[in-house]
Design a binder for this molecule. Sequence first.
Ligand code: HEC
Ligand code: HEC
Ligand code: HEC
Ligand code: HEC
Ligand code: HEC
Length: 180
Amino acid sequence: MPARARTKSVLALAVAAMVGCLVIATARSEAPSTTPAPAPSGIAGVGDVPFDHTIHAGKYGIPCLDCHAFADKSPVAGIPSGRKCMGCHKFVDKEKPAVQTLAAHVEAGEPLRWQRVFSVPDFVYFSHRMHVRANVACAECHGDVGAMKTVVQGHPFTMGRCMGCHKERNATHDCLGCHK
Ligand code: HEC
Ligand code: HEC
Ligand code: HEC
Ligand code: HEC
Ligand code: HEC
């Protein structure tokens, strides 16, 4: 590609990315009910309430979509609301201090906060819906979360990683597919 044409297409991509961000921001504000703000550092959980996937998704086999209920419907997967937790914890382990703290937050109408682990830069368009609907398993991108006491990101979502799978599965290579 001649240098001028390249500069132009990079510019077009940058503008397109900015427009994309607006679209994403709008989509995000409609989806889950929880605030994606950090929990106190070092705690796996929601705010000061610990949360352990090895108990919920591992030992008890609660389906991922039960809690991350937007993953097959929207760009974001979402984190369950305190009310959702209380659907079980009104009864389960209700004598435990952590569960009582949880109940107090929900009663006070305080949103649950968590420490974000996975993310892509704002100029990248990513949506859960089309991946989940195409039967790409959560574990292909997130690892075996049911075995993680603290969710960690095994390897980052570089463009190469997205492209690698897209090559295998015949999904889009169009720059504007991911940089709208
Ligand atoms: C579908 C039911 C269900 C939902 C929804 C649920 N839990 Fe649990 N939770 C359980 C079960 C079952 C246990 C384990 C009970 C046991 O073995 O004593 C548990 C255990 C716990 C414990 C105690 C863990 C420990 O170390 O002993 C905490 C804290 C907890 N859950 C927090 C949460 C939070 C926070 C949410 C919402 C983000 C949530 N749970 C949603 C079923 C649920
Ligand atoms: C009972 C509810 C519940 C179930 C079931 C559950 N999760 Fe979660 N998940 C949570 C909560 C609460 C958080 C935020 C706190 C944390 O990171 O532990 C979370 C966090 C995550 C994160 C990290 C989010 C981020 O910020 O990057 C991923 C990835 C994830 N879950 C995937 C899964 C997968 C995959 C499954 C099924 C194997 C699953 N979860 C089952 C409640 C649940
Ligand atoms: C194709 C890869 C891929 C698949 C499949 C996938 N995720 Fe994700 N997930 C991501 C990426 C990338 C992010 C970060 C998105 C961002 O920054 O906007 C993410 C973020 C999340 C988060 C953080 C909160 C949010 O909504 O952004 C949760 C929770 C989550 N995923 C759960 C799941 C669950 C549960 C499944 C299966 C039902 C799943 N994911 C399937 C790639 C994937
Ligand atoms: C493990 C495999 C896998 C990974 C990793 C993956 N994807 Fe995908 N992606 C797919 C599949 C399969 C489809 C096709 C879905 C369909 O056509 O219904 C798809 C479709 C898409 C689409 C929709 C394209 C269109 O035609 O509209 C976008 C956008 C996208 N992926 C972005 C990303 C981004 C960004 C990443 C990295 C953060 C990523 N994907 C990582 C498998 C993957
Ligand atoms: C399947 C999704 C996907 C497609 C298709 C895609 N990208 Fe990306 N791109 C990403 C992701 C994710 C990142 C951010 C992670 C990273 O920097 O590796 C990124 C980052 C970038 C960056 C910033 C790199 C940096 O180092 O900061 C540029 C520039 C870029 N892409 C250009 C392009 C061009 C040009 C195309 C078409 C040839 C393209 N992308 C196609 C997913 C994609």
